[in-house]
Design a protein around this ligand. Structure first.
Ligand code: GDP
Length: 322
C-alpha cells in the first residue's frame, strides 16, 4: 500500500476499524474514502454500491458489523445476524463489481468450535458446534468467510478472511458491566481509585487464560495481510500475550494506580479455561506485534483518561468487534 492507494475501511466505529483508520492516516499509507460521516450504511446495498462507484477503492478492509458481549448476543441475535450478513453481502458484492484488487474480511474467533483444541488453528473451523449464546452472530461471521471463499472460487477475486484475537484499546466499550474484561476492569479500577475503595472485584476465579492483542497491533496485522497474504486459507491475527485473568487484573490495577486488594468473585462465570489463536502462519510471514502488554495498557489508560475528561467514554463505542 502507498499514500495513493484508494482504500475503504468499513466499520470505522469498531475497535479494529477505528484503529486501522488511525494507523493508515498517521502513516500516510493510503488514500482513505468513506471515513466518519462519509461512511456509507453498508447494510444498504444500494448506498454501498453508489459509494463504491464513486470511491473505487483498490483495497477494502471489511470490519463493519454489529457485535457485543453476552448480553447483546442473548437479547438481539436477529439484529446481530442480519446486520453482519447484510453488510458482508453488500461490501463483498460491491468490491467485486467495482474491481477492488484486495479485500480483507475481519471474521471473529467466536466462529471457532466451542471445543476446538487450543491454541486454535484455522483447520479447526467448521469441525464442531459453536458457543450457543453467540451462535447467530458467529454463524454470520462464518458465512462471511465462506462468501469470501466462494468469490475467490467463482471469480478469482483476492478476498482474504482474517480471524482476529481478542483486542483491546482506545474506543473500546469501557462500561463497568458491559465491556470485555480489560476495559471493564479498567473502568472499575479507575472508579475504585477515585472513591478510595479498599478492594476491586474481579469476576471468576482469575484462573482462565486469554490471548490479548492491542487494537493497534491488530490494525497493523490487517495492513500486513493486505500486503503480504493472498492465500485461500483464512489466517489468524494473534501472536499477542497469553495471560491469566488474575495477571490481567494485577496489571490493570497497577497501570491505573489502584492500590487496594483484588477480590476474585467465584460466583461469576469463568467461561472457557483458555482461548487463544495459533498465529504461526502470520508470524512465519514475518509479522510481529510491536506493543508489549504493559505499554498497550498504558496507552489505553491514557486515552481513557482523556476521553473520560471529555465524558466521551460511556457514550463511546456501541459496537465492538470480537
Ligand atoms: P470471553 O473471552 O468471551 O470469556 O470474554 P470476557 O472478556 O467477557 O471474559 C474473559 C474472562 O475475564 C472471564 O473469565 C471473565 O470471568 C473474566 N473477568 C474478570 N473480570 C471481568 C469483568 O469485569 N468483565 C468481564 N467481561 N470479564 C471479567
Amino acid at each position: 500500500m502507498t499514500p495513493g492507494t484508494r482504500t475503504f475501511v468499513s466499520g470505522g466505529n469498531t475497535l479494529i476499524g477505528r484503529a486501522l483508520i488511525d494507523l493508515l492516516l498517521e502513516e500516510g499509507r493510503a488514500e482513505l474514502f468513506g471515513v466518519g460521516r462519509d461512511e456509507p450504511d453498508v447494510t444498504d446495498s444500494r448506498a454501498t454500491e453508489k459509494f463504491f462507484e464513486y470511491a473505487r477503492p483498490q483495497v477494502v478492509f471489511h470490519c463493519a458489523g454489529l457485535s457485543g458481549g453476552i448480553g447483546l448476543n442473548r437479547a438481539k441475535p436477529v439484529e446481530l445476524m442480519r446486520d453482519n450478513l447484510l453488510g458482508t453481502l453488500s461490501v463483498l458484492g460491491a468490491a467485486k463489481t467495482f474491481g477492488a484488487r484486495k479485500l480483507v474480511y475481519l471474521a471473529s474467533s467466536c466462529a471457532y468450535p466451542k471445543l476446538a483444541a487450543q491454541p486454535m488453528r484455522v483447520e479447526a473451523l467448521g469441525t464442531g458446534a459453536m458457543e450457543p449464546t453467540s451462535e447467530a452472530y458467529s454463524t454470520a461471521k462464518f458465512a462471511g468467510w465462506k462468501l469470501c471463499a466462494a468469490y475467490r472460487r467463482e471469480f478469482g477475486t483476492n478476498f482474504v478472511t482474517a480471524f482476529p484475537a481478542n483486542g483491546f484499546g482506545p474506543h473500546d466499550d469501557f462500561t463497568a458491566d458491559g465491556g470485555h474484561v480489560i476495559p471493564a476492569l479498567m473502568r472499575r479500577a479507575h472508579d475504585a481509585k477515585e472513591r478510595g475503595d479498599a478492594e476491586l472485584v474481579v469476576w471468576g476465579t482469575g484462573a482462565p487464560r486469554r490471548e490479548f492483542v492491542y487494537a493497534r497491533d491488530l490494525a497493523r496485522a490487517c495492513a500486513f495481510v493486505a500486503e503480504h497474504y493472498d492465500g485461500d486459507a483464512p489466517i489468524n491475527l494473534g501472536g499477542g500475550t497469553d495471560l491469566s485473568i488474575a495477571d490481567v487484573a494485577r496489571e490493570v490495577a497497577s497501570v491505573v494506580g489502584f492500590r487496594g486488594r483484588l477480590r476474585f468473585d467465584a460466583t461469576k462465570p469463568d467461561g472457557a479455561p483458555l482461548k487463544a489463536l495459533d498465529s504461526l502462519p502470520l508470524l512465519e510471514l514475518g509479522w510481529q506485534p510491536s506493543y508489549g502488554f504493559r505499554a498497550a495498557l498504558e496507552e489505553t489508560y491514557a486515552w481513557f483518561l482523556r476521553a473520560n475528561a471529555a465524558r466521551a467514554v460511556e457514550t463511546g463505542r456501541e459496537l465492538a468487534t470480537r
